[in-house]
Design a protein around this ligand. Structure first.
Ligand code: COA
Length: 183
């Protein structure tokens, strides 16, 4: 099995697969077709040459926010999300912030050396500005109504608002065997 990561936006076919799959993802509320094309940067994963998932990034003022993050259901459990985040951590030059309501992402982040650092109340200004920029883009893409509808639907099935906020602290564990052997 070969996993490769490329720094280009997902192709339209991959985006359509992500939008379809997101309907059943409890924690990722909604990212529309146009929004998926509106982010500042991308890490795209391929498993044996098939599109498998993407980590989008957004940057402002010395900070980069990782996410949205999605791995297609048939490619989950192969450490693809872990590799996407690892790649971003080694490529991005700014302070790295990641937030998620998905406990699987919390585990991955903690294992990679992220520290839980903030709450919604005390986020750095630059991170707040990234959220603002992302919201404006959803509006400009004409996808905000669909987004709100999906938040209302999904908050009945999962704690979509229960985010943990992480900052990368520089301690990185590189491989599954290293973690299992606690080396
Ligand atoms: C959450 C998500 C991105 C994880 O993708 P993935 O590629 O399956 O993730 P990984 O394979 O890297 O990790 C999956 C599991 O393997 C474990 N794992 C991964 N790498 C590991 C390693 N090196 N050592 C030990 N365990 C590892 C993870 O802890 C996780 O465990 P869990 O099943 O108990 O949660 C994916 O499930 C997804 O796209 N979900 C829907 C969208 C979503 O919720 N996105 C996040 C919203 S902010």
């Amino acid at each position: 099995m070969e996993i490769t990561i490329k720094t280009h936006p997902p192709e339209i076919n991959g985006i359509m697969q992500l939008v379809e799959a997101t309907k059943i993802f409890p924690y990722l509320t909604f990212v529309g077709e146009k929004s998926w094309q509106s982010f500042d940067g991308y890490y795209c994963a391929y498993r044996d040459q098939s599109f498998a998932g993407v980590l989008a990034v957004n940057r402002i003022g010395g900070w980069v926010k990782l996410g949205p993050l999605a791995v297609l259901p048939e490619h989950q459990g192969y450490s693809i999300a872990t590799k996407l985040i690892q790649q971003a951590v080694s490529s991005e030059k700014d302070n790295i912030y990641l937030a998620s309501a998905n406990p699987s992402v919390w585990k991955i982040a903690q294992r990679l050396g992220f520290q839980e650092s903030f709450t919604w109340a005390n986020l750095p200004l630059a991170v707040r500005m990234i959220y603002f920029k992302m919201s404006i883009r959803v509006l400009l893409c004409g996808e905000s109504l669909h987004f709100i509808k999906e938040v209302l639907r999904k908050q009945r099935i999962a704690n979509v608002h229960g985010h943990q906020h992480f900052v990368y602290s520089g301690v990185q564990y590189n491989s599954r065997s290293c973690i299992i052997n606690t080396c």
